[in-house]
Design a protein around this ligand. Structure first.
Ligand code: AMP
Length: 455
């Protein structure tokens, strides 16, 4: 049997690969309106960055990281040796840690300077059990804003996320925006203790995983899918009743700005999100249609302590990431289809082999003038060439024949209206040459004009 893609990974075939490109470009163009600029960080980082940044107790770090070692170091480990911590590398399970590391390393937020607003897109890796909407390699588009703690930053990021989803075509009414505040280092420890003692009081009703969580990170019990646990956690102390005055004020302000922008949300005190680094605002967007149990299409929050955790100077931050694959499922459920990747503005067909070289040069001339143009390279029948032109979705076909060519003409067919006319080849080439010498790009409309006007 032919080799298959590794478990939990999948190929983007041309239509989807083109759509993923469009998805990223759309996200970047929406985010750019809010002042975000692109950043690219490595796919792998020192394992320690994720351990310190995301937290050793999280599922992502404790169970789901793909750790990479060089062949030489692998041999050393097999031989019972050890490797230096800087040689312990992991594929990034999320984008925030790498961006925050880059911000600290390159001092992108100088003291007193404007915040850095950064956006990225690319693959992330988690060794999870694959299922619908959950893969081992998946793609995220995300943003991070470092250096500002004001609630307008939180509100604008949430508004921007919702605007993007709508722009890409996920119906607003199919999405649920959940928000919560997780407090800060002043109010959260006391709240965490309250939840822990509540859980200890209900130890016999909670699952083993939750009770282990009670020791390390009791708030994660709010995430447990077990019905019994969910029932018990319904009556657990709520963070909203235990925020310090500063956190309360911040949270209220975020909600006021969302209200003013007309962005509807639901407050969900159980929303704690899986990663340790969040402080204050957290949010998640869920869609039910077509999703299976993995219904979060994106989420994020504030992380005012993370930069210090990874060794930078104290810098507040906020970010979110959205998952491309789950958005694609939501789009499919909404009936949105991937447009066809193949595009060809002009197809040049040859009546016989004698005009093949001329066709080749005409195709190049159109390409040099910025058009997507193609031809059949395998000298197939005219009928097969038209089939190929159809497959490529060509809007115009130039039919080169020896008789027309001897008179310096070429027949052009509009594939939508099926109208045909003879045009002067030298005049067409002259216009194309003018465009390419000026470095100008002919639009498809201009191309159609050239091919119909010139006789
Ligand atoms: P997280 O970094 O866990 O907050 O994830 C942010 C978004 O990435 C989620 O809302 C999902 O849309 C997506 N995502 C996370 N994990 C996976 C996965 N294993 N497979 C596919 N998408 C994922």
């Amino acid at each position: 049997m032919a080799m298959q893609a590794a478990e939990g990974t999948r190929d983007f075939l041309p239509d989807e690969a083109a759509f993923w490109l469009h998805f990223k470009e759309t996200a970047f163009s929406v985010f750019a309106r809010y002042g975000y600029v692109p950043i690219e960080t490595p796919i792998f980082e020192q394992t320690d960055l994720f351990v310190r940044g995301i937290g050793e107790a999280t599922d992502v770090v404790s169970k789901e990281m793909f750790t990479a070692v060089s062949g030489e170091n692998l041999k050393r480990l097999i031989d019972g040796g050890t490797i230096k911590s800087k040689s312990r590398l992991s594929l990034r399970p999320e984008g925030t840690a790498g961006v925050v590391r880059a911000v600290a390393q390159h001092d992108l937020v100088p003291q007193g300077g404007a915040p850095a607003k950064l956006m990225y897109a690319g693959p992330m890796f988690r060794a999870e059990r694959p299922q619908k909407g959950r893969q081992r390699q998946f793609n995220q588009v995300g943003v991070e804003c470092l250096g500002a703690e004001e609630p307008t930053i939180d509100a604008e990021a949430i508004i921007m996320l919702m605007r993007f989803y709508e722009t890409i075509g996920i119906p607003r009414e199919s999405m649920r925006l959940l928000i919560n505040s997780m407090g800060c280092e002043k109010c959260r420890p006391a709240y965490r203790e309250l939840v822990r003692s509540y859980m200890n009081e209900h130890a016999d009703e909670l699952c083993e995983t939750c009770m282990t969580r009670a020791e390390i990170n009791p708030l994660r019990a709010f995430d447990c899918k077990n019905e019994g646990c969910a029932h018990v956690m319904e009556s657990a102390p709520k963070i909203s009743d235990h925020l310090c005055p500063d956190c309360r004020e911040h949270y209220e302000a975020v909600k006021t700005y969302l209200d003013a922008a007309g962005v509807a949300y639901e407050e969900d005190y159980k929303l704690v999100r899986g990663l340790d680094y969040y402080t204050r605002t957290v949010f998640e967007v869920q869609v039910d249609n077509g999703m299976g149990s993995q219904n979060a299409i994106g989420g994020g929050g504030r992380y005012d302590k993370l930069v210090e955790e990874v060794g930078g100077r104290p810098t507040p931050g906020l970010g979110f990431a959205l998952g491309y694959e789950r958005c694609a499922l939501a789009l499919q459920a909404a009936g949105v289809e991937f447009p066809r990747a193949q595009r060809c503005d002009l197809f040049v067909a040859c009546v016989d082999d004698s005009v093949h070289a001329e066709a080749f040069s005409l195709v190049q001339a159109f390409r040099d003038a910025g058009q997507s143009a193609d031809m059949d390279h395998q000298k197939r029948s005219l009928k097969s060439q038209f089939k190929l032109a159809d497959k490529l979705n060509a809007s115009m076909v130039a039919i080169l024949g020896p008789d027309e060519l001897s008179e310096g003409k070429v027949k052009v067919r509009n594939m939508t209206s099926h109208a045909e006319r003879l045009v002067d080849l030298a005049a067409v080439k002259a216009i194309l040459a003018k465009f390419s010498s000026e470095g100008a790009v002919l639009t498809p409309e201009q191309m159609r004009e050239v091919l119909t006007e010139v006789e």
